[in-house]
Design a protein around this ligand. Structure first.
Ligand code: C5P
Length: 480
């Protein structure tokens, strides 16, 4: 049978085909298949049967059906070798429900748990397993597999697969695709808690995050091994699908229409008309979050303490001085869907403020030194997190700590009643306070994510992506 490659088409046809393929988010070869099939259907397949009776053995079976018209995004799902691989079969269905065409790659270890046949049947197309399979290489090839998609998902991402990725290995189809891809990569790690905690895995994860890889989970809970529990369970298919949605959603609409309330900067607590209690917060992180939320389509209200950074564009800003003013402005800005408390609110204020400048020569100043009586400020985060009717559905706090950062953040999460805490190390040697970089840990009720050191803008964007993914989840209180 004569063969025709795209290369042999004339330039005009090629351009037309390229445009059509791009519009339909298909490869050019897939687009040709769709055109031929439509032409055959228009002619009437029976008519073809009359000319050349079908011979099933000789009829070439398409290795990959074209992306169904309803499936507008294409993802590659790499299934690693862990017991959680069985959940990946469900993930295929969840992704297809969300209009994603799924192409599966199974590692050798994955095939000990699930079969390429099961993955292929659910995906509706051939599942790939072998780097040196001539049929796959001729039909698609690992480079095309790596590029001809919008996102690469690794679920379960085993400790071994993460180590290989971090080291840049490419000795099988999965790792070769991961090294060759220029698309975003989402990992759903799954392993024994001890393996997850191991310094080697921590190092590999930090490297992968620094390389721009995104993660979802792992969650805490029972392990497959009897009597073992801890963090290491793969995120549920719905959670992974939601994270995929957030990554594939155009950033400009990830929070479309959501009302986001943010506090930022320090507060100034007056002592007298010229003196006040303050701290070194610059407002850079809170303002970056407000900007990222507005960029994602949210309706943003920013309540800012005294800062020198400019107001973010497209955001309603209320400027305040003290913690009590900040609380009043926050309450006035409710209702909101999401509240993020990034302000470094002063814990105390002067019990009494003087209308006149206090004089050091004043007769009533005790000899041993001037004593300033303090009283506690309202805790804005805790107040809002404990609201009954108007509590935002996602309340996020920050925890600036100088030691045992995650441990203190976990305690704070409970104490304040919020859903997430972004904990950061503000010890003087970290340079975070007032600086442009930040290193945070996202602490939720069931997991801790260690984010790499990155700019405050990048932290803001990562937070907005996490929020968008969380909102796409079905309502599940323990997942907040
Ligand atoms: O207790 P701590 O100050 O470490 O808690 C930090 C978190 O609580 C931050 O999210 C901060 O914005 C918020 N907070 C608040 N009102 C306070 C103190 C802290 O909203 N009075």
């Amino acid at each position: 049978m004569a063969s025709l490659t795209v290369r042999q088409l004339d330039e005009k046809l090629k351009t037309l085909l390229r445009l059509r393929a791009a519009r339909n988010r298909r490869s050019m070869e897939d687009e040709v298949r769709v055109i031929l099939r439509q032409a055959a259907e228009a002619t009437g397949l029976e008519a073809l049967d009359l000319i050349e009776p079908p011979n099933p053995a000789a009829t070439p079976q398409p290795a990959r059906p074209a992306v169904a018209p309803t499936e507008t995004r294409r993802v590659v799902l790499i299934i690693g070798g862990g017991i959680a691989a069985y959940k990946s079969l469900d993930l295929i269905r969840r992704l297809r429900e969300r209009r994603c065409a799924v192409r599966c790659i199974l590692t050798a270890a994955a095939q000990e748990f699930v079969t390429p046949l099961a993955a292929g049947a659910l995906a509706g197309e051939h599942a790939f397993t072998d780097l040196f399979d001539p049929r796959s290489e001729l039909d698609v090839g690992h480079i095309r597999l790596a590029r001809d998609c919008d996102l690469v998902i690794v679920a379960p991402a085993t400790a071994d697969l993460m180590a290989k990725m971090a080291g840049g290995h490419a000795d099988d189809l999965a790792t070769a695709v991961l090294l060759a891809t220029d698309k975003p990569v989402l990992l759903a790690p799954a392993m024994n808690p001890q393996m997850w905690r191991h310094k080697a895995t921590r190092r590999n994860l930090a490297q992968l995050l620094q390389d721009g890889v995104r993660t979802v989970g792992p969650n805490a809970g029972e392990m497959a091994e009897r009597g073992e529990a801890g963090t290491g369970r793969m995120a549920e298919p719905m959670e992974i699908a939601a994270a995929v949605e957030a990554l594939l959603a155009p950033a400009a609409s990830a929070l479309a229409g959501k009302r986001v309330l943010i506090t930022s900067g320090p507060t100034h607590e007056p002592i007298d008309p010229v003196r006040y209690i303050a701290n070194r917060s610059s407002g850079k992180q809170g303002h970056a979050i407000a900007r990222a939320a507005a960029d994602a389509g949210a309706v943003v209200t920013l309540v800012s303490g005294p800062v020198t950074v400019p107001d973010p564009p497209g955001v309603t800003v209320t400027h305040v001085e003290s913690a009590r003013d900040m609380l009043a402005a926050v309450e006035a800005a409710l209702p909101a869907d999401i509240a993020i408390f990034a302000a470094a609110v002063a814990d105390w204020r002067a019990a009494q403020t003087s209308g006149q400048k206090l004089k050091k020569e004043a007769g009533d100043t005790p000899k041993e030194g001037f004593r300033l009586a303090l009283t506690e400020n309202p805790d804005i985060l805790s107040t809002i997190a404990h609201l009954k009717d108007t509590r935002p559905s996602l309340v996020i706090g920050f925890a600036a700590e100088t030691e045992r950062v995650v441990e203190h953040a976990k305690a704070k999460l409970k104490r304040k009643g919020c859903d997430w805490i972004l904990a950061n190390d503000v010890s003087p040697e970290s340079g975070v306070m007032g600086g442009d970089l930040n290193r945070v840990h996202l602490v939720t009720a069931d997991r801790v994510e260690d984010w790499p050191t990155q700019s405050k803008d990048e932290v803001a964007q990562m937070l907005i992506a996490r929020i968008a993914a969380a909102l796409a989840l079905p309502i599940r209180k323990d997942a907040r």
